[in-house]
Design a binder for this molecule. Structure first.
Ligand SMILES: Nc1ncnc2c1ncn2[C@@H]1O[C@H](COP(=O)(O)OP(=O)(O)OP(=O)(O)O)[C@@H](O)[C@H]1O
Ligand SMILES: [Mg+2]
Length: 597
């Protein structure tokens, strides 16, 4: 991957909503149904006050004029029945709507979660280097939940609220024009108040999310590293840093709450003042005979219905804000480039006549960041079946070179060929079947030894795993820990480091690769075990290309060739004896090593 990391783009809300829409689109039919239900609910909402008006201006007014009671009571009963029916239908619609909306929400979030997970598994490895796992976990949990809330409750309900606001004010024009004018003034004022608090609330909310994520990342990191903290007695220092993070989180929350409290109070004030004005303006119209009493009550009731959506809009806004911040972060991850992928053309690369295990690095240059090259043009050819040891000072780029071979990263310049074919031209799965790596710090997953050797691939049978372990002479060692079914614990911490390396070793051999890559694979086992491993390796190397990194020169002596890597360049190459004689870097490393013995 040669592209420089893109600075985080500021995505406008509209662009984000459009991206989010691509996840909602598959459910658009259900969404349309939900919107239909909304419209029906709205009509039912309006019907209630209209029935009350009908009662006031109809039978009640007639009763006041002295009309006989009996037919009036029948009329009232019919109106009451209608009112009840409205409530029943309204409840049924509300229930169906809530269910439909929630289903859409869950489905959308499930799809997003899948997309996010797929991305996290395939994203460029450097992204994970730069993003603490605690923060990533927050993306998968809190941020997705925020979006769930937006889609399943916030979003559609916000549409309902807007519909109510606009619809009710519009209906007021027909019910009582004087009150309609009041609505025209009060609703935009309340909306303007919400806009005033918008910026502050949004910033505060984004702040809260960042703080919470920082705290989670910090917790995950130090709980994971608790042994190191204790070993160096750094508890108090860590406490202080934690307290500071905690205080910042609290501060961010308080700012958010303040913004919203102020919002609610002002909205309430605006609307209640308007209701006072209705009494005056609407009452005057009734007194002048310009409107009926029923119309005044109806518009008062409609106006009362504005309060809820405006308040709710504040709540929804809250949800929307946090969901948009979450969406921004999730979409930013989905926009990240994947790690090395399969070649664009599916055609298998043509055979070049080279042996399957031939390995060739040609002018390979690479840096984790563009400003700091790690490998500066490595040329190295390894013939099939040959064992080449790569040695060099710490930080020289040895592990990096090996990571490029299995395409954990792609080279910035140069080519790596395997069997004569550029590794970028073969499907990743094929490459990784051909090349097996024992990493410098092999990672085990929670599970048994068996799970870890076959890496959860249950198509590999138990006997094959047992044979592989026997082949590296690690049988007795692992038997002492409980054999194949022994649990290894989280990150393999129930095993010793050397035992973990043995498991990783077995894992690599089980893959039966053309190229075996060992990065300090025997650094943590005792000399006797190492001796056994070397002997086993000598057998297993047959017919395989082997690339071995080791600091202990004793382990590299027997290599067919030794390559010395310094600051990302091959500076010497040859057999052990030749290099010692040459008196260069290797000879000095050798002298230093023997001086220690
Ligand atoms: N994931 C990473 N992100 C950024 N820089 C990295 C990363 N991994 C390694 N580096 C840097 O690249 C350089 C080479 O690292 P590498 O792990 O290849 O060294 P090495 O030769 O294997 O060293 P050692 O002998 O200590 O294992 C180092 O300077 C290191 O800081
Ligand atoms: Mg290394």
């Amino acid at each position: 991957m040669s592209d420089t990391p893109v600075p985080r783009r500021r995505i406008t809300d509209r662009a984000q909503l459009a991206r989010l829409w691509s996840f909602v689109r598959p459910y658009r039919v259900r969404l349309a149904a939900a919107l239909g239900l909304l419209l029906a609910s709205f009509a039912i909402e309006l019907a209630g006050p209209a029935l009350i008006r009908a009662a006031i201006d109809g039978p009640l007014a007639a009763a006041a004029r002295g009309t006989p009671l009996e037919p009036l009571v029948a009329e009232l009963a019919a109106l009451a029945g209608g009112y009840l029916a409205c409530i029943l239908v309204g409840a049924a619609l509300g229930f169906t709507f809530a269910r439909t909306a929630a289903r859409i929400g869950r489905s959308v979030v499930r799809d997003l979660r899948i997309a996010l997970w797929r991305k996290l598994v395939r994203i460029d490895a450097r992204w994970h280097d730069q993003n603490p796992s605690g923060r990533v976990v927050t993306r998968m949990t809190t941020d997705l939940e925020n979006l769930d809330e937006l889609v399943s409750s916030g979003g559609l309900h916000a549409v309902f609220d807007l519909l109510k606001l606009v619809g009710i004010v519009a209906v007021l024009a027909f019910v009582q024009p004087a009150v309609f004018v009041l609505g025209l003034i009060a609703v935009p004022t309340a909306a303007a108040v919400s806009l005033v608090f918008r910026g502050a609330a949004r910033r505060a909310y984004g702040d809260v999310r960042t703080r919470v994520a920082d705290q989670a990342a910090f917790t995950a990191e130090f709980v994971g590293g608790i042994r190191t903290v204790r070993a160096y007695g750094r508890e108090a220092l860590i406490d202080a840093r934690y307290d500071e993070l905690n205080a910042r989180t609290r501060g961010a929350w308080v700012r958010t709450v303040r913004a919203f409290a102020a919002f609610f109070a002002s909205v309430d004030f605006v609307l209640r003042s308007a209701q006072a004005a209705i009494l005056l303006v609407g009452g005057r119209a009734v007194a002048l005979g310009e409107a009926t009493a029923g119309a005044l009550v109806q518009s008062w009731l409609y106006f009362g219905k504005l309060q809820e959506p405006i308040r709710e809009l504040g709540e929804r806004w809250h949800v929307l804000q946090s969901a948009l911040s979450s969406a921004e972060r999730i979409l930013a991850i989905l926009d990240e480039p994947d790690g090395p992928g399969d070649p664009a053309t599916g055609a298998p690369p043509a055979s070049t006549g080279a042996a399957a295990g031939d390995l060739q690095f040609d002018g390979v240059a690479f840096g984790y960041t563009p400003d700091r090259p790690v490998l500066r043009g490595v040329d190295l050819a390894v013939r099939a079946g040959e064992t080449v040891a790569v040695v060099g000072p710490t930080g020289a780029g040895k592990s990096t070179l090996l990571a490029l071979l299995s395409r954990l990263h792609d080279v910035d310049r140069g080519v790596i060929r395997l069997g004569g074919v550029p590794i970028t031209a073969m499907p990743i799965a094929v490459l990784r079947r051909k090349v097996a790596v024992v990493q410098q710090e092999p990672l085990l997953f929670d599970g048994s030894v068996l799970d870890n050797v076959r890496l959860f691939d249950e198509s590999i049978d138990r006997d094959a795993v047992a044979r592989t372990i026997a082949a590296i002479g690690a049988e007795s060692l692992l038997a002492a820990r409980g054999g194949l079914d022994a649990p290894v614990g989280e990150r393999g911490q129930l095993l010793s480091r050397g035992e973990r390396q043995l498991v990783a070793f077995a894992r690599a051999l089980l893959a039966d690769p053309d190229v075996l890559v060992l990065d300090e694979a025997t650094a943590s086992v005792d000399s006797a075990t190492e001796g056994r491993l070397q002997a086993a390796l000598a057998k297993l190397r047959a017919g395989r290309t082997c690339l071995v990194v080791a600091h202990r020169l004793a382990t590299v002596r027997d290599a067919d060739r030794i390559v010395v890597l310094v600051e990302g360049r091959v500076v010497e190459e040859g057999r052990h004896a030749e290099l010692v004689q040459r008196g260069g870097v290797y000879a000095r490393m050798h002298d230093a090593a023997t001086a220690l013995v």
